[in-house]
Structure formats: structure tokens, C-alpha cells
Design a binder for this molecule. Structure first.
Ligand SMILES: [Zn+2]
Ligand SMILES: [Zn+2]
Length: 321
């Protein structure tokens, strides 16, 4: 009886078990930019090898305040570039040149490259034109219809698409909320979730709170049964003590670590359920609705103005009286 029961349990465990993620290193100090960029020469693009087939590229805060993180995932047949960053000019930001140098040759030809985006905000795709005329590079459209068609989503934002890079599968998960076109990428090789602006050490800028909440629930559910080593987003906007850098700052001293953990993700749905609609601070991210905050500020400003005008008119009437 004992033996008989042990066999199916073992088989079940073997079927459910995911292969161990490939370990990698995040032991790196990201370039922090400078308070005076013209005084301190800066390397535009920092390249960090996480493991032999995974590269993290960071745009220097001096090159653009958005200081985007860009990810290169290499399979045996194809490579995937997630985002092209905030800088278009190849002289200021040699992105395509750097990526091509990192790609190995296959049969004396460069490995084909697929350029995809976490979402259509310009700081995640400004570098696209650098890849436009290159042979064996395909770029995913950035508009919603193009994204849906390319990945074959028929019931957006439900469903998961898969990219086969050759011995390396990447799951593509719709995550609208910050932006309607947003995608997260889960790499089965490393167990990393590439989360773009959906989840990062910084401001989670909310465009559609309901969609964002639903996305958080779907990603939590998707990862429930899968190993998750790190969550790597598109920017770092906090310092190590959890304070934001001034918006637009080219200087990021004492940055918060890039990687977030599963606990940050699992806390996200509840954060949306408690959200007051304007602003909420958590240890590793801040929920904020910029449009709502501007509208609220506008209403307060108008109310103040009305009050001041009323006060002045009253004062004038009294004096006349
Ligand atoms: Zn964005
Ligand atoms: Zn962004």
C-alpha cells in the first residue's frame, strides 16, 4: 500500500516540478549619473551579464532622466530585446551596436533578434529606429492592435502568449493598467519576471486602476506554481531608504536595488483594494494616479481663487459702505 501510493505521488511531483532556474548575478553598482552631467563624463550604456545568456543594459541617468533598464535574452535560435529605452540618437546611445556585439554568430550570421516592448510609452521604444534597417531584426508594433495581433491574443487581456527562442521559452502576460498596451515577460530559463513599469522600485503610475488591479491578480495567479527569482522593472526611482528622486533628476545617488521579490508582487492586489485613488506609499513602490492628483490640485486652486476673489469683493464693499 505504501509503495503503491508513493509511485503516483512521485510521478505527480515530477510532472509539476519546474526545472531549477539558471542562477545569475545582480552584484552590480548601477551608474548613478551626476549632479552636473557636463562636468563628469558618463558611459551612456552600462552592460551587466546576469548569466551567459541574459544581459541587463542600463541607460545612464545623464543620458536621459528616465534611466531605463533594457533586457537582452538569448536563446539558441533567437534573441529577445525587451524595450529600446529613452534615447533615439545612436551617437548619444549606441544601443543597437551594443546589442549586436553581444549577440553570438550562428552559422556565420548574427542570431535573429526580436525587439519587443513592455508598453508604448516613448521611453521604452525611442531606440527602435536604431534597429529599423538591420537584417534579421524584427520589431513588434507598439500600438495595442499590433501587440494583440503579433502575439495572437484573442481575448485581451486574458491569455498568455509564448515566445520560443530555442531552448528558452518566454511567457508574455498582458498587464494593462499603467498603460493599455503593457506586457510583462516571464523567462522560464532564469525565473525572472521582466515587469516594465507595471512593477518597479518607484512610482507605479496608474492610468486605469481597475485594469491594473486585475493585471496584478492575473500575474500573481500565473506565478503561483512557477519559480520566481527576481522581478526586474524598467526604472529605479527610489533611493535605498525608499524616497523618490526629484522628477527629472539626472542624479540617483544611493539607489534602491533594482530587483523586487515575490512578496512585492503578492502585496500588489491588496494595495489596489485599499487604494484611496490618489497616493499610497509602500516600502518598495508608490501607487499614484498622476491625472487625478493634477485634477484634485486644480480643483483646490480654483476653490482658493474663488475664495480670494470673494474676500476681496467683500472688503471693497465694506470700505465703500
Ligand atoms: Zn510607462
Ligand atoms: Zn517608463
Amino acid at each position: 500500500m505504501t509503495t503503491g501510493a508513493a509511485v503516483p505521488t512521485f510521478l505527480l511531483a515530477a510532472t509539476l516540478a519546474w526545472s531549477e532556474p539558471m542562477p545569475g548575478s545582480l552584484d552590480v553598482h548601477w551608474n548613478e549619473g551626476a549632479s552636473d552631467c557636463s562636468a563628469v563624463p558618463q558611459e551612456a550604456l552600462q552592460v551587466h551579464q546576469y548569466e551567459p545568456q541574459t544581459f541587463i543594459l542600463r541607460q545612464n541617468p545623464c543620458a536621459d532622466f528616465e534611466a531605463n533598464f533594457i533586457y537582452l535574452l538569448i536563446g539558441s535560435d533567437k534573441a529577445l530585446l525587451i524595450d529600446t529605452g529613452a534615447v533615439a540618437d545612436p551617437k548619444a546611445m549606441p544601443l543597437a551596436k551594443t546589442v549586436l556585439e553581444l549577440l553570438s554568430d550562428k552559422n556565420h550570421k548574427k542570431l535573429p533578434l526580436l525587439v519587443a516592448h513592455t508598453h508604448r510609452h516613448l521611453d521604452h521604444r525611442a531606440g527602435d529606429p536604431q534597429f529599423a534597417s538591420l537584417p534579421s531584426v524584427q520589431t513588434v508594433p507598439f500600438d495595442l492592435e499590433g501587440v494583440r495581433t503579433f502575439f495572437g491574443f484573442t481575448d485581451w487581456p486574458s491569455g498568455i502568449a509564448q515566445l520560443d527562442l530555442g531552448g528558452r521559452t518566454v511567457d508574455v502576460i498582458p498587464t494593462p493598467g499603467h498603460n493599455e498596451t503593457h506586457l510583462a515577460f516571464y523567462d522560464e530559463r532564469t525565473g525572472i519576471l521582466f515587469s516594465g513599469d507595471f512593477l518597479l522600485a518607484g512610482r507605479l503610475l496608474i492610468e486605469d486602476a481597475k485594469a491594473y488591479h486585475q493585471s496584478a491578480l492575473r500575474v500573481v495567479d500565473f506565478l503561483k506554481t512557477r519559480p520566481l527569482t527576481h522581478i526586474l522593472g524598467g526604472h529605479i526611482e527610489l533611493d535605498a531608504t525608499g524616497h523618490t528622486y526629484r522628477f527629472g533628476s539626472h542624479y540617483h545617488p544611493n539607489e534602491h536595488r533594482l530587483e523586487l521579490a515575490r512578496a512585492d508582487l503578492t502585496a500588489l492586489p491588496a494595495a489596489f483594494e485599499r487604494f484611496n485613488g490618489f497616493y499610497a506609499r509602500y516600502p518598495n513602490y508608490i501607487l499614484t494616479n498622476p491625472i487625478r492628483n493634477i485634477v484634485a490640485l486644480g480643483i483646490i486652486a480654483v476653490a482658493l481663487l474663488v475664495f480670494i476673489v470673494w474676500g476681496i469683493r467683500r472688503l471693497i464693499r465694506r470700505r465703500r459702505g
